[in-house]
Every structure is written in structure tokens, then in C-alpha cells.
Design a protein around this ligand. Structure first.
Ligand SMILES: Cc1cc2nc3c(=O)[nH]c(=O)nc-3n(C[C@H](O)[C@H](O)[C@H](O)COP(=O)(O)O)c2cc1C
Length: 366
């Protein structure tokens, strides 16, 4: 039986062993943006998960562009050195390629870590002023962000460029811009959070102007063979918000800026909006984007079972599947999916006695 999920894929110049991607997952455990031993353990574990590609969590372009005090950054030499140590070690120990998600939190910044409440930082917890497309808080009790000026846009765009330069120096195989989940770029795109009356608000074309300028500036420095893409929202899941039609238009616009792929996620634009809970809730949107925008597409969101992931790729609904929580639950998810689908994956030599060599005799005796 040949598996679509375990078939190789070439994304720009990057050869991937299969279609499985570990989705970026904030660990809220960094020290002033610097990765540490937690990240070494976490990414080292995921490097041997069977996924062809592991995307490092949202990594922020400036200190005040982080979500929490524990979020990763690439805004200092210390950040760069710390992440380089972790990624080089994880890569040496594992089989996966590594990508990174570059981000700015916008009005969702200055937040508590999930295990401290996930709300806005309280006065005694060293909060910082946030900025966003419009001075509208994310939800009740959240700060009112300062409206981003054109000078701010230039500064933030430059920080996206310098963080990407740092990522390229570290040697990441792939770069993903975070343009989803209600953070700064998505906040500009969505009419729910962008009420500007200048050339950056109003029509979709205007709302895309700043995010597209980031994509353009970053594309100008990322070498052609290194895949550069964006995670965007497939739907705001709220009347008056971004829709799958908009996702197609956004994907086309980003493709026009030379991006190599799109990852379809959704939700997160404002407090109190809940994503659907059915498995693969973004798949139909990703399938539309792939077909109508004609760009390599990955999708994420409650894809948990190997057979489901296999079907998505086999039916051509997405080129890659991105998964988050199931890899925390089972860090060898890719190995076990390969077993279920009659495929195999690369393993480190130290673990070669597991996998088929273990199952075959055990199965014969059962
Ligand atoms: C602990 C955790 C941290 C996350 N951090 C990020 C992140 O840094 N960037 C991002 O785009 N999504 C982040 N997400 C969302 C996931 O990447 C993914 O889109 C979401 O969990 C749905 O996929 P799943 O159903 O496979 O978990 C995070 C999710 C979890 C559970």
C-alpha cells in the first residue's frame, strides 16, 4: 500500500520526506525571548516525531511584540545565539527539517501565560503598552491598543526583516509569517479589528496593504529556494469577519508577493469567538485556497487520526497537514501513523531497534 501522507514533497527548494508538519506551538518558557533547555528538550523530541518538518513556535520580532513574557523572540543577539544552539542540537539529534514562525502579537500582546490565566497582564506583572490596527481591545478587560502609525509600520516591517535575517543565519529550512489568530497582521486584515479610515483600512485591498508590505520586504531577502509562506485565517467565524472567499483573495495576494505556500488556520480575532469542533474544520477552506489560488497549501485544526490525514492529502485537499496537540500527546505520532498506513519513516540509529524490527516478531508471536 502506498501512502499519500508519506510521499515526499518538494516545497520551493526544500525536499520533505513526507507531508506531515508539526504546527508551531508557543511554549511560554523563554527568558527574555531566549530559547533554553526546555526548548532543546521540546524541539529535540519533535525532531524525531516522524514529521518531515517542525515549525518553531511564534517567534517575535520585538520585545513588545511578544504575546507573554515567556514567548520566543529574535530581536537580540542573545535571542539568536540561544535559538541557534537549540536548533542545531535538535537537528543533529533528529530527522526533521526545521522551519520558524515569525510573529508580532499586536493587541493580543502583554498577556498572561496560559497556566497563569491567559488574560491580560495585571499591573503588578510588568505589562507593556500594545499597538494594533485600531484602538479596539481584544476583549473585555484587555488593554486598548495604540493605533499603529505609518512610522510604526516601517519600524515593525524592519523588525520582520531583521528577525528573518537572524533566522536565515541560524539556518532555518523554511520561514512562515504569522498572519492569523488575531495577532498584528491578521488584526490589520480583519474588518472586526481594523476600523481605520486611511489607506490601511476599509476595503480588503487597503486592509492587506501593511501585511503585504511585510511579505514583500521579507521575500526580498529570503533566497528563492528557501520556502517562505504565511499562516492565514480561513475564517473569523463571526458575521462581518473574514470569510473563506477572503482567504482565497489573501492567498492570491500573498502568492503575488512571491510567497511559496499558505497554511490555513482560523479563529482568534476577538475574545469569545469559538472555533468549530469537528475534525478537520479548516480542510474545506484549505481545499478552496489550494484550488482557487493555486498555491501549495497546508491545513491545520483537529486532524488527529492517521487515516484522516491520509485522506486529506490523497484527495488533494491540501499538500501538507499540520498538526499540533497530537504531537504533544504522542511525540512519535509520525512513527505510529506510518505503521497504521503501511509506510515507514526515518529514525535515528539509536532507536533503530524499535519500529518494524519490534513489531514484526511481536506480531508473529501474537
Ligand atoms: C500549546 C499550543 C501553542 C500554540 N502556539 C501557536 C503558535 O505559536 N503559532 C500558531 O500559529 N499557532 C499556535 N497554536 C495553534 C496550533 O499551531 C494549531 O493551529 C491548533 O492547535 C490546532 O491544531 P491541532 O488541532 O492539531 O492542535 C498553538 C497551539 C497549542 C496547543
Amino acid at each position: 500500500m502506498s501512502s499519500a501522507l508519506f510521499s515526499p514533497y518538494k516545497l520551493a527548494g526544500l525536499e520533505l520526506a513526507n507531508r506531515i508538519v508539526v504546527s508551531p506551538m508557543c511554549q511560554y518558557s523563554a527568558d527574555d525571548g531566549c530559547a533554553n533547555d526546555w526548548h532543546l528538550m521540546h524541539l529535540g523530541m519533535l525532531a524525531n516525531s516522524g514529521a518531515a518538518l517542525v515549525i518553531v513556535e511564534a517567534t517575535h520580532v520585538e520585545r513588545h511584540g511578544r504575546i507573554t513574557h515567556g514567548c520566543l523572540g529574535l530581536y537580540s543577539d542573545d535571542n539568536e545565539a540561544a535559538l541557534a544552539r537549540v536548533v542545531h542540537s535538535a537537528r543533529r539529534a533528529g530527522t526533521a527539517k526545521f522551519g520558524i514562525q515569525i510573529a508580532h502579537s499586536g493587541r493580543k500582546g502583554s498577556a498572561q501565560k496560559p497556566w497563569e490565566g491567559a488574560g491580560p497582564l495585571q499591573p503588578e506583572a510588568d505589562p507593556w503598552p500594545t499597538s494594533a490596527a485600531s484602538p479596539i481591545p481584544f476583549g473585555e478587560g484587555w488593554q486598548t491598543p495604540r493605533e499603529v502609525t505609518e512610522a510604526d509600520m516601517e519600524r515593525v516591517r524592519n523588525t520582520f526583516v531583521s528577525s528573518t535575517q537572524r533566522a536565515l543565519r541560524i539556518g532555518f529550512d523554511e520561514i512562515e509569517l504569522h498572519m492569523a489568530h488575531g495577532y498584528l497582521a491578521h488584526g490589520f486584515m480583519s474588518p472586526i479589528s481594523n476600523r481605520r479610515t486611511d489607506q490601511f483600512g476599509g476595503s480588503l485591498e487597503n486592509r492587506l496593504r501593511f501585511p503585504l508590505s511585510i511579505a514583500r520586504a521579507v521575500r526580498a531577502l529570503v533566497p528563492k529556494g528557501v520556502p517562505l509562506g504565511a499562516r492565514i485565517t480561513g475564517s473569523d467565524w463571526r458575521e462581518g469577519g473574514l470569510t473563506p472567499d477572503d482567504a482565497v483573495a489573501i492567498a492570491k495576494a500573498l502568492k503575488g508577493e512571491g510567497l511559496d505556500f499558505i497554511c490555513i488556520s482560523s479563529g482568534g480575532v476577538a475574545a469569545g469567538i469559538h472555533n468549530p469542533t469537528e475534525p478537520g474544520y479548516n480542510v474545506a477552506i484549505a481545499a478552496r485556497v489550494k484550488k482557487e489560488a493555486g498555491i501549495p497549501t497546508r491545513c491545520v485544526g483537529l486532524i488527529v487520526k492517521p487515516e484522516h490525514a491520509e485522506r486529506i492529502v490523497a484527495k488533494g485537499e491540501a499538500d501538507m497537514v499540520s498538526m499540533a496537540r497530537c504531537f504533544l500527546d504522542d511525540p512519535h505520532w509520525g512513527w505510529h501513523a506510518a505503521k497504521a498506513l503501511g509506510a515507514d519513516v526515518a529514525r535515528p540509529v539509536q532507536y533503530a531497534r524499535a519500529g518494524p524490527k519490534l513489531w514484526a516478531p511481536a506480531a508473529a508471536k501474537a
